[in-house]
Design a protein around this ligand. Structure first.
Ligand code: GLN
Length: 193
């Protein structure tokens, strides 16, 4: 059974640990480079991507995270985690860095002030999914190797993608008790190994 880490610098770490446990995965928090080495895959939670990036640098995790992702470690990023997995972002602070890995452009806080937070039913990988968005990003464009898994009305904005062992959603499945996205990720981890 693979061990799945949850990056525990900032954000809704506990909710992801609970969702992973609910789908039968072995999950643990990752705060240090040594803890990152011990996991087979990683979830990057929602939170605030500029804070997460700065903490990742302060905890000397940014480079090790980039190395593991380059080596093919499966990872799933939700919301701020999606931003962290994007090769390019718009709407960030001037110097904001990401881990990268998915060939996409992600726009931070894309849905704007009127709809800071909203809920919507999206089609995730072929089935309806009740999605919660909180100051959410959307995916502005994707490269050829990226599969679009969900779009959101209005405007058909891309809100879930996969590229090889990397998965990202704009929304927060860890908040709704519907564990199908986590279960999808755990299946990805099992088949990648
Ligand atoms: N707006 C946040 C950011 O830019 C993401 C919001 C979230 O993770 N719920 O990091």
């Amino acid at each position: 059974m693979p061990t799945i880490g949850v990056l525990a610098l900032q954000g809704d770490v506990r909710e992801h640990l609970r969702s992973l446990a609910a789908v039968g995965a072995r999950a643990r928090a990752v705060r240090r480079p040594g803890e990152l080495e011990e996991v087979d895959a990683l979830v990057i939670p929602g939170g605030e991507s500029t804070t997460m990036w700065k903490l990742a640098e302060a905890f000397e995790l940014l480079e090790p995270l980039r190395v593991r992702i380059k080596e093919g470690m499966p990872a799933y990023g939700s919301c701020a985690g999606m931003i962290m997995l994007a090769d390019r972002i718009v709407g960030g602070t001037a110097d904001q860095q990401t881990i990268g890995g998915i060939d996409m452009v992600v726009r931070r806080n894309a849905f704007g002030r009127q709809v800071d937070s909203f809920e919507s039913v999206v089609d995730f990988a072929g089935a309806p999914f009740h999605a919660v968005f909180i100051r959410a990003p959307w995916v502005e464009s994707v490269g050829d190797g990226v599969e679009v898994l969900a779009v959101c009305e209005p405007g058909d904005r891309i809100v879930a993608v996969r590229q090889g062992p990397l998965l990202a959603t704009s929304f927060h499945p860890e908040l709704t008790g519907d564990e199908r996205v986590h279960s999808y990720f755990v299946d990805m981890v099992r088949t990648t190994r």
